[in-house]
Design a protein around this ligand. Structure first.
Ligand SMILES: O=C(O)CCC(=O)C(=O)O
Ligand SMILES: [Fe+2]
Length: 361
C-alpha cells in the first residue's frame, strides 16, 4: 500500500463539519462557514506552520542586504533608501502585507522568475526565490500537502468548486495588531477577461447561473477571527455575489461599511428572497474556515493595537477556463518553482493537476 507523505496529518478535518456543507446555501448566499472544521491536531499544526513561515519571512526581510541586490539587471527599480533601514525593515515584519520596503516590480519578479541573489539572507533553509508569505507551499510540507493533495482538503475544495480545480493563489494573511484590513471589494475570475459588468457601477441585475468559471477563496483561521476577538474580522454580503460584479477589484478601495451601504449596496435586493442586501460580519471560533466566490464583496476590519496577530491562510482555487491558451503551468503557479519541483521528481501526478495549465499544451 502507498504510504502517505510523512507530513500528512490524516485526521485534519472533522468529517461531520465537512459533511454538513449545504450546496444550496452556498449557491444562494455565496459563502459557507466551516465552523470549527479543524481537529485539535489540525489546528495546532496549522498554527505552527503559519508561525514558522512568518518567522522565515521575517528573517529574510530583516537580515538581507536589500541595498546590495542587483535590481537593474532584472528590470526592477531600486528600493527607496529610507525604506531599507534596519528600523523600517523591522516594521515590515510580524504579519502579512507589511513589506512596504519592496520596489513595485519585485513581487511579480519573484513570482515569474524567482529572485536568487547573494544579498538575500537565506542561510539554513532552501530559499525558493519568492517570499514565504506569497507562496507558503514552497516552504512547509504540511502546507504543501493541504494545498495540493490532502484528501480532506481536496474534498472540501471539490464541494465548493466541483471535481476539477486549479490553484489560483495560496498566501498568508496574518494580520498584525493595528492592521487596517481591507475595504469593500470583490475579485475577478482570472484577469477579469470574462467580466461582463462595470466593476464599480454595474451589476444592476442579479444572475443565478454563474457556476462555471468560478474562483473560490477559502480562508483558514486556526486561532479564530472576529469583531470581539481583536478585530480584523471578515464581512460578506449574503446574495451579493449574484450581481456578478468584481467590486473595485482593480481600483482604489476606499469604502468602509457606511459608504458601501450608501453606494453600491443601496437599493439592491437578494435575488432569491427579495430582501434588501445586508452586511454580515463573521465571527469564527478557532479552527474555522470560510469559503466564498470571487464576486462576493468582502471587507476586513481593523485589528486592535493591543490584539495578538490574527493567523490566516488564504487558499484560492478556480475552475479551469476552457478559453485559456494551452500552457504547461497555470498562471497561479510560479513557473520557476514548478520546474524545479518537476526536475527534482517532487511533483506527483496528483499535485501536478493543481498546477498545470487549464488545457494541456
Ligand atoms: O482576511 C483577509 O485578511 C483578507 C481577505 C480577502 O480580502 C481575500 O481573501 O481576498
Ligand atoms: Fe479579497
Amino acid at each position: 500500500m502507498k504510504q502517505n507523505p510523512p507530513s500528512r496529518l490524516d485526521n485534519l478535518l472533522r468529517p461531520d463539519v465537512l459533511a454538513a456543507f449545504d450546496r444550496a446555501f452556498f449557491e444562494r448566499e455565496g459563502y459557507w462557514v466551516w465552523k470549527g472544521v479543524l481537529t485539535d491536531e489540525g489546528r495546532a499544526q496549522w498554527s505552527a506552520s503559519l508561525q514558522k513561515l512568518q518567522a522565515l519571512n521575517d528573517s529574510v526581510v530583516r537580515h538581507s542586504d536589500w541595498g546590495a541586490v542587483d535590481y537593474q539587471s532584472r528590470g526592477i527599480s531600486d528600493p527607496d533608501p529610507e525604506k531599507i533601514t534596519n528600523e523600517f525593515l523591522a516594521a515590515c515584519t510580524g504579519g502579512s502585507e507589511q513589506m512596504k520596503f519592496m520596489p513595485p516590480e519585485l513581487r511579480e519578479y519573484m513570482y515569474q522568475q524567482g529572485i536568487f541573489d547573494p544579498a538575500l539572507a537565506t542561510d539554513g533553509f532552501d530559499w525558493q526565490g519568492i517570499f514565504p508569505e506569497y507562496f507558503p507551499l514552497a516552504y512547509d510540507d504540511f502546507i504543501l500537502d493541504i494545498a495540493t493533495v490532502h484528501p480532506q482538503m481536496m474534498a472540501l475544495f471539490a464541494k465548493v468548486l466541483g471535481p476539477r480545480f486549479l490553484i489560483d493563489h495560496v498566501l498568508m494573511l496574518n494580520r498584525t495588531p493595528g492592521s487596517r484590513g481591507r475595504r469593500w471589494h470583490g475579485h475577478p475570475y482570472r484577469q477579469g477577461q470574462h467580466e461582463i459588468e462595470d466593476p464599480i457601477d454595474g451589476g444592476a441585475t442579479p444572475i443565478a447561473d454563474y457556476l462555471h468559471q468560478q474562483c473560490v477563496r477559502t480562508l483558514c483561521y486556526p486561532e479564530g477571527m472576529g469583531l470581539h476577538d481583536g478585530g480584523g474580522e471578515l464581512a460578506v454580503v449574503p446574495g451579493a455575489h449574484l450581481y456578478r460584479v468584481p467590486y473595485r477589484w482593480s481600483t482604489a478601495r476606499p469604502d468602509y461599511d457606511d459608504t458601501f451601504e450608501a453606494g453600491w449596496l443601496k437599493g439592491k435586493v437578494h435575488a432569491f428572497s427579495g430582501e434588501p442586501l445586508r452586511i454580515e460580519k463573521l465571527s469564527l471560533p478557532p479552527g474555522s474556515m470560510v469559503s466564498f466566490g470571487h464576486h462576493m464583496p468582502h471587507h476586513v476590519g481593523h485589528r486592535d493595537d493591543t490584539a495578538e496577530t490574527r493567523w490566516g491562510l488564504l487558499m484560492a482555487y478556480r475552475t479551469p477556463d476552457p478559453t485559456a491558451a494551452p500552457a504547461r503551468w497555470n498562471e497561479g503557479t510560479p513557473p520557476h518553482w514548478a520546474e524545479r519541483m518537476e526536475n527534482a521528481g517532487a511533483l506527483t501526478p496528483a499535485m501536478r493537476r493543481i498546477f498545470e495549465g487549464d488545457l494541456a499544451p
